[in-house]
Design a protein around this ligand. Structure first.
Ligand SMILES: [Zn+2]
Ligand SMILES: [Zn+2]
Length: 203
């Protein structure tokens, strides 16, 4: 992992936060796992408005149906346009998906041509030159080396310092370490597991 591809992270505007908040829970979780809660579009010869027109006027219904369930669409994102992994969005950089996996998600450079009903009819090789299209979580945290402190270690440390200096209140740090509800893909304090292949097939 000596070549981390750094791409800028997207900062959601307050309006975009509202859009994300309005996403149905299942799609929100899917979006978190796929890194399309804060995707960053690649430069395109088409403006955003022109792209929106094509999506509305040209795309068949079966595509728009899925697309509109996600805050910034579903079909338009290639691997290299994906944003921050869900653990990092929940401020759990110690569990960054790509730290855990020891590398980025690499696209297999193929896609499908669909018929009007959405049936895949032909495979296309989108980048015959083998140019890699990769998703590497855009959070600026290090993806290797010693993991940053997670809540468990922080709690232990707070407990130790509380024993030494009983006047301190470790509970404060503890609650600050809790991921925000809006960013956490699961409820509760359970440590998330690495995202497996099985979860990907859900979406
Ligand atoms: Zn991170
Ligand atoms: Zn991450």
């Amino acid at each position: 992992m000596d070549h981390v591809i750094r791409r800028p992270q997207r900062t959601l505007t307050p309006e975009e936060h509202e859009t994300v908040r309005g996403t149905a829970l299942l799609n929100f979780q899917g979006g978190l796992i796929m890194g399309i809660i804060d995707p960053v579009p690649n430069p395109s010869p088409m403006s955003e408005d022109e792209g929106a027109w094509v999506r509305e006027q040209v795309w068949p219904e079966f595509i728009t149906e899925i697309d509109r369930k996600y805050p910034f669409g579903f079909w338009r994102w290639s691997m290299c346009e994906r944003g921050t992994c869900w653990n990092c969005l929940a401020k759990r950089c110690d569990l960054c998906v790509h730290r855990q996996e020891g590398g980025p998600h690499v696209d297999d450079n193929t896609d499908w041509v669909h018929d009007t009903r959405g049936r895949g009819v032909a495979k296309v090789i989108v980048r015959p030159d083998d140019a890699p299209c990769v998703w590497w979580c855009r959070c600026p945290c290090a993806k290797d080396g010693p993991a940053p402190d997670g809540p468990a270690r922080r709690r232990r440390r707070a407990k130790q310092s509380a024993t030494a200096k009983p006047e301190e209140e470790p509970a404060q740090e503890d609650s600050a370490a809790r991921p925000e509800r809006s960013a956490a893909p699961r409820q509760g304090r359970r440590v998330p597991e690495p995202v497996g292949e099985a979860q990907y097939t859900l979406f």
